[in-house]
Design a protein around this ligand. Structure first.
Ligand code: BEZ
Length: 396
């Protein structure tokens, strides 16, 4: 078995793991990324090729996080010479009284105002006239924020992988599941079927597979897992285009009744519009229960929404996909960025990112994780996300 020494080992080679390695590499830290599957796979929470970039959030610190992410996207686009976000804008609309898992429209307007982010308020009629929706109840309101867009997430992943390959201090290993983590003094010994690797720091970002890694350090995280469905609807009006959007509505029984969608984009079924439910009928207990085929009822409710409220589309889905999401058990499904709990030896040398919807923050999270690993701190305010005390549990 080979043994090598590193400044940092990143466990999890998805986009946020690669973004962390890229920033560690920029600081010339000798870095190894271990990916249990292959790089740029469709098995994690970022599956599905496109994700939404948005600035509206009901909490000011989340709006700030989105604003802080923007220069890191610009930098990544520049360094990879690839356009990664199609800025078609974010449309949030729906029942103004709904307090959903993603927030509330009026609260988002307040947070945008507080941070001087420009947006336009919309009536139900304007939502129909400007954005091609139909049969929108009169009491619905909306907001349009022009800086949101659809992220080409496959290209993001590939761009980060290529930049990591160019960094001379970054090594990449795929098909390398971590099977043991031991400690010797202040060093970590990480074992995969391919070798044993020694490091001063651990950066743990395996997405929904987090418990399989942190169990090796004798703690776990309380999370719930979703097999999140998605469907593609063919445009029967070739000129129809939508922004990225999200509709806030109260559930009707099992129908969670919240949906979101994307524009048609040239990198993903170009003649189709992707629409997805933001609810799950049967959450999973374990990531291993994940299926590649969406739940039929969730798809049915999504088709009904498309049929009743969208124009220019054939309401029968032709392609589908799923992604595997891990979410914290608090209502707004918060992100968790923290050090390992204090009962783990050398806990300040172990940095973790887990749970939540974070694709839109990818390059910025990479910067934060690299700061925390190398400096033990970051200049960005991560206190709202330092939630380890709430979610980490010892397994000893
Ligand atoms: C998000 O932008 O965070 C998001 C979008 C759609 C569904 C869930 C989350």
């Amino acid at each position: 078995m080979k043994t090598e020494n590193f400044d940092a080992i990143v466990i999890g080679g998805g986009p946020i793991g690669l973004a962390s390695a890229y920033h560690l590499g920029k600081r010339k830290a000798k870095t190894l990324v271990l990916e249990q599957f292959t790089f740029v796979n469709q098995l994690g929470s970022s599956a599905g090729v496109s994700r939404q970039f948005r600035i509206p959030y009901p909490d000011e610190y989340m709006v700030q996080m989105a604003l802080d992410s923007e220069p890191y996207w610009v930098e990544l686009e520049k360094e990879s010479e690839t356009k990664l976000i199609d800025k078609v804008g974010t449309l949030w609309f729906g029942d103004p009284t709904v307090q959903s898992t993603e927030g509330n429209i009026a609260e988002a307007e307040e947070a945008l105002k507080a941070l001087n982010v420009p947006y336009t308020s919309l009536t139900a009629k304007e939502i129909e006239e400007k954005y091609h929706f139909k049969n929108i109840p009169e009491n619905y309101t909306g907001l349009f924020q022009a800086d949101g867009g659809s992220i080409n997430f496959k290209a993001t992943n590939e761009a980060l992988l290529n930049l990591c390959k160019k960094e001379e201090t970054v090594s990449l290993e795929e098909n390398a599941p971590v099977i043991a983590i031991d400690q010797s003094g202040e060093l970590f010994e990480v074992t995969t079927p391919n070798g044993k690797y020694i490091s001063k720091k651990l950066v743990i970002i395996p997405g929904p597979y987090i418990n399989s890694v942190i169990n090796l350090l004798h703690f776990k995280i309380d999370a719930t897992y979703w097999n999140m469905s998605s469907a593609y609807f063919k445009k029967n009006d070739p000129n129809i285009q939508y922004p990225t959007w999200f509709v806030f509505q109260n559930n009707i029984g099992e129908n969670g009744n919240q949906f979101y969608g994307f524009p048609s984009v040239d990198w993903d079924h170009p003649e189709y519009i992707r629409v997805a439910p933001d609810f799950v009928i049967n959450p999973l207990d374990e990531p291993s229960e994940r299926k590649l085929i969406p739940n039929a009822q969730e798809l049915g409710y999504t088709s009904d929404w498309v049929k009743d409220h969208m124009t220019g589309l054939d309401p029968t889905p032709e392609y589908t996909s799923t992604c595997l999401i891990s979410l914290s058990t608090i209502p707004n499904k918060e992100l968790l960025i923290d050090f390992a709990p204090s009962y783990v030896p050398n806990h300040k040398n172990i940095v973790l990112y887990a749970t939540g919807w974070a694709a839109k923050f990818t390059p910025f999270l990479g910067k934060i994780m690299s700061d925390l690993a190398l400096d033990g701190k970051t200049n960005f305010d991560i206190t709202p996300f330092q939630l380890g005390h709430q979610f980490f549990k010892s397994t000893k």
